[in-house]
Ligand binder design. Structure first.
Ligand code: ADP
Length: 297
């Protein structure tokens, strides 16, 4: 994959250098944003099955409509990045996928989101079970004020697992979140003593311990330093082999580095969704092109 994009400008299509050679912050008065397409984007599986099929989704905070007629198939074992300017509805959309918005009063969802033939918005659905199947990682890591071990064991104990099973799953989950080697000698220590990046990986371990199918990540690295961010991004690439991932990011470079599909939102509407390399090289919609080239947002 060639890490080069062409930028439409007033003087025609201008090739943009890869980020490390970039010397073109401005062309013909237009500020261009250089987005380097990552290796992950080349691993797109356009034939991947649909894991969550969102159809004609509208969402309201009281009288204020925040999402308009969003239809989007979320592909299985692929990373779908949600991008768009602040306030465009990315987080709201993410939270509709495991009904986290139900926790906000006076909200309303219309439309459907099917997972394995079941509508997520069905009144009869067991929301606690749904949130295990569709786990969530937040912007700020939120470990419980307990030991590293207990952070993961807690949910398993509620599920009625035996002590032996719990110990086994805690280890598997910490390994799965690329944290085991760093914490195996201090499992009884408070989770709050870990660095921000470790805490975030602990939260990922906690989410995967209950065997989810989908992981929703709401700007999971935005509170982390660059090295911790890199670790979380590497982990996302690893996790994709087992889980379907939906990632909200305000960082287009991150979307281009880790995702296979990218969806661009603007003012509560899904403007365009396509394989990541396509979105960042040949977007079909003018609004997408304006956004990725840095004309707004
Ligand atoms: P993004 O994640 O793209 O920044 P959000 O989903 O947070 O956007 O917000 C979409 C719109 O919904 C914004 O106009 C925002 O002000 C509004 N909004 C978000 N959360 C709430 C809330 N709890 N109550 C009312 N309005 C909200």
């Amino acid at each position: 994959m060639e890490n080069r994009i062409f930028q439409k400008t007033e003087i025609g299509d201008v090739p943009i250098q890869p980020a490390d050679q970039a010397e073109v912050p401005e062309i013909a008065g237009v500020t261009v944003r250089v987005v380097e397409i990552g290796e992950a984007a080349t691993q797109v599986d356009t034939q991947a099955a649909t894991k969550i099929d969102v159809r004609h989704l509208n969402f309201y905070y009281g009288a204020k409509q925040a999402l308009y007629d969003v239809t989007l198939p979320i592909r299985e074992r692929q990373v779908t990045a949600l991008i768009g300017p602040s306030g465009c509805g990315k987080s709201t959309f993410l939270r509709t996928l495991n009904r986290m918005n139900d926790l906000i009063g006076n909200t309303r969802t219309e439309g459907e989101a099917m997972i394995n033939g079941q509508n997520i918005y069905d009144q009869k659905i067991d929301v606690v079970f749904l949130r295990q199947r569709i786990g969530m990682i937040f912007q700020r890591p939120n470990p419980f004020p307990q030991s590293i071990f207990e952070n993961i064991a807690y949910g398993l104990r509620i599920q009625g697992k035996s002590r032996h099973e719990i110990a086994e799953i805690v280890e598997q989950s910490l390994r799965g979140a690329a944290l085991w080697d760093e914490v195996k000698d201090r499992l009884k220590s408070p989770a709050t003593g870990l660095s921000g990046g470790q805490q975030q990986r602990l939260c990922i371990a906690r989410a995967i311990a209950v065997k989810p199918e989908v992981l929703l990540m709401d700007e999971p690295a935005s509170a982390l330093d660059p090295i911790a961010t890199l670790k979380v991004e590497e982990l996302i690439t690893e996790l994709r082999k087992k889980y379907t991932i939906v990632l909200v990011t305000h960082n287009m470079q991150q979307a281009a580095r880790v995702s296979q599909f990218t969806s661009f939102f603007l003012s509560g509407r899904l403007i365009e969704s396509a394989p990541t390399a396509e979105i960042f090289t040949h977007p079909k919609q003018q609004e997408t092109e304006h956004y990725i080239s840095g004309r707004f947002g």
